[in-house]
Design a protein. Sequence first.
Length: 123
Amino acid sequence: MTFLGKLGRNWSAVAFVVVTFLALSGALMLGFQKSLSGSTVGLGEASLPDKNSSAFSEAVGVALLVFVLSGILLTVLSAVWARARRSSGSSVSGTGAALDDVSKLNAQIEELNNSIREVDRKL
């Protein structure tokens, strides 16, 4: 199986990584302005805050909070989505399809056994 095929099956993990990256980068860019007191700073004036300043600690706090909340949200949404797909019966792939194949094979084996018994009786 290809790498992209494996990624496609783990869509919730991929979505979690993408949303987390966007949330962290957005929160850190917001914190790396000169201050978070409401004044907007132009891109040319933006600078990294001092590690001892409150803006830096607030930016890191916001980034961690967004990271945790996005993880919780994606986990809940993926669980709800999986439960909804299971209850609607739309996912016939995997175990359901394998069980259908096994039942078809059992029926064919039963027919073969019956035909073998008939041949044995005739002999």
